[in-house]
Design a protein around this ligand. Structure first.
Ligand code: TIU
Length: 220
């Protein structure tokens, strides 16, 4: 049964709330605050930080509707044994000391989710070593056990971890809705392209919409 409808591109996204999860990708201090991994890669973190209030609004609405909620974190073991050499070569800051602890390392202050979006005890926190949230994690198992068929995405960065996860989810048969203003890339050109790449060709990877339209659709 498709109970809810959200105006979206390329056409209306309809979903059964009980079969839908909100996935918030990597809203970690490492990507949203100064001195973290995002900055270490040479980026200005203003765009990722600026979506926090919008993601919070979506999170609050999902909590009110008792939607299944998952928060992901990109990160590695302190001994770096799960960092591919090829990743470390092009992201050499991983494991280095920073003002928020070792960069992109589990258990460090910078690796955790920003205070405003702190997960509640009943929400899933999923640690992942890669960009995609399905790679080397139990995400698919968790979603299957819950009977989830539709996924709503917020988080960072749109063109990297959000995109990789949506592509993985699409191939596994999930219907994905990405929130345009609930996601951010460091460069607005990447944001624009990432949105278009989801909803083009009749929704080749899924749908996109705004937080306002999602909240309107959830009001019903
Ligand atoms: N570099 C960049 O844009 N993003 C990442 O490495 N990870 C996520 O997107 N979370």
């Amino acid at each position: 049964m498709r109970l809810y409808q959200v105006e979206a591109k390329p056409f209306t996204f309809d979903f059964d709330l009980k079969k839908t999860a909100l996935i918030i990708i990597d809203m970690q201090r490492d990507f949203c605050e100064a001195g973290g991994f995002g900055e270490a890669l040479g980026n200005d973190i203003t765009p990722t930080k600026s979506i926090i209030p919008t993601v919070r609004k979506v999170l609050d609405a999902a909590r009110e509707k008792k939607m299944f909620i998952i928060h992901t974190r990109e990160g590695h073991r302190p001994d770096l044994s799960d960092v591919p050499k090829a990743k470390k070569r092009r992201s050499s800051a991983i494991g280095e000391d920073g003002p928020m602890g070792k960069i992109l390392i589990r258990g460090e202050y910078g690796h955790d989710i920003v205070d405003e979006l702190k997960p509640l005890p009943n929400e899933v926190v999923l640690d992942k070593p890669g960009k995609g949230a399905f790679y080397q994690t139990d995400l698919h198992l968790i979603l299957q056990n819950q009977g989830i068929e539709s996924l709503i995405f917020c988080g960072v960065t749109t063109h990297v971890c959000v995109h990789t996860t949506i592509r993985e989810a699409n191939d596994r048969g999930y219907e994905c809705l990405m929130i345009e203003d609930g996601t951010a890339a460091f460069d607005p050109r990447d944001q624009e392209a990432a949105i278009r790449m989801i909803n083009q060709q009749g929704g080749i990877f899924g749908w996109t919409t705004t937080s306002e339209k999602l909240l309107l659709g959830l009001k019903k």
